[in-house]
Ligand binder design. Structure first.
Ligand code: SAM
Length: 310
């Protein structure tokens, strides 16, 4: 199963039987992958998304080439802020069929998605805004953005989370590795499984965070409203949530609508970083077939609670 295939092949949305076109397409893709067929159906291509690889924001190098103990590790160094880097394990090998079928959403176990990289870069650029307590939701197998906050900012605490246990186990190893390398200064970094739809997960951390952030998590139809609710409840009254995600059809718009209905103020920015914008324009100009703005260009949403009604 290659990267594109395995990502689209598995989703809690379809797993739990919600009958959407995307869910149907994912199951079609899964069936095709299991049968080792070519993936050429346009509907399937729509949800098979990691053809465009990167906005070139991080260099990846092996810390100790030739050392078998270090083989799985890669050092991600910011191209624009090269004084900041972190060690990651970003290749968890092919997903097994039983993992795809039996476990919670696995889209975070496939790769670091372009939105996560763009958010990590945004955090480095705006590191002054991270003080106090910071939480990343749905950070996938690396929580790269939250990790970069832990590396570059003066935050007191950074909590790195995902709903998938395998992702969180990997992130736990990453945190240990970077802690040993002295990457976090005085910032306290922790990890845990946190599901947006789990009352206990949310209530124990209610109103705790100055910043909540999340990349490319808006397409999950089944969890969109619980994500909105989780963000609202986890934020302290003056907190701010940073959400980066591509449009992916109507999914970003539906998220914004739900967030406004929940009383959050939502600001949307298309141009939030000069380099990311330039790469985007270059891709469009060159008509790169692999680049599809709808699924690859992340917009930045900033969510706040606004002043409470008098
Ligand atoms: C497309 S991945 C994005 C991962 C990472 N942010 C990135 O961009 O590389 C979506 C992530 O949302 C997580 N997720 C999905 N539903 C969730 C839920 N109900 N609670 C917590 N995490 C969830 C998945 O486990 C997955 O890691």
């Amino acid at each position: 199963m290659n990267e594109d295939e395995s990502c689209a092949a598995n989703s809690q949305t379809s797993h739990d039987g919600v009958n959407t076109d995307v869910a149907r397409a994912r199951w079609t893709l899964l069936r095709q992958v299991l049968r080792q067929k070519q993936v050429d159906n346009p509907e399937v291509k729509q949800v098979s998304v990691r053809r465009f690889a990167t906005f070139d924001l991080f260099d990846r190098t092996r810390p100790a080439p030739g050392d078998p103990a270090e083989e799985q590790w890669v050092e991600y160094r910011s191209v624009f802020f090269p004084e900041y880097s972190a060690f990651l394990r970003d290749n968890m090998g092919p997903l097994r069929v039983n993992e795809v079928l039996n476990s919670f959403d696995n889209t975070g176990n496939v790769c670091v998605w372009p939105s996560e990289e763009a958010m990590a870069h945004y955090c480095l650029h705006n590191r002054h805004m991270f003080t106090g307590a910071v939480c990343e939701l749905g950070g996938g197998m690396t929580c790269l953005a939250g990790l970069m906050v832990a590396v570059c900012a003066d935050a007191e605490q950074v909590l790195l989370t995902d709903g998938n246990d395998k992702c969180v186990q990997n992130v736990r190893g990453i945190v240990e590795r970077n802690e040993k390398a002295g990457k976090f200064g005085s910032t306290c970094v922790s990890t845990r499984v946190l599901r947006w739809d789990c009352e206990l997960d949310i209530s124990t951390l209610e109103a705790h965070f100055d910043v909540v952030m999340c990349a490319d998590c808006l397409f999950l139809d089944q969890y969109r409203s619980s994500l909105v609710d989780a963000i609202r409840r986890l934020l302290q009254p003056n907190g701010v949530a940073l959400v980066l995600a591509p449009l992916r059809g109507d999914t970003l718009r539906m998220f914004c609508q739900l967030a406004r209905q929940a009383g959050l103020l939502v600001a949307e920015q298309r141009q939030y970083d000069a380099h990311v914008w330039d790469v985007h324009l270059k891709m469009l100009r060159e008509g790169k077939e692999a680049y599809d703005e709808n699924i690859h260009y992340p917009l930045l949403l900033t969510l706040t609670k606004g002043s409470p009604a008098q």
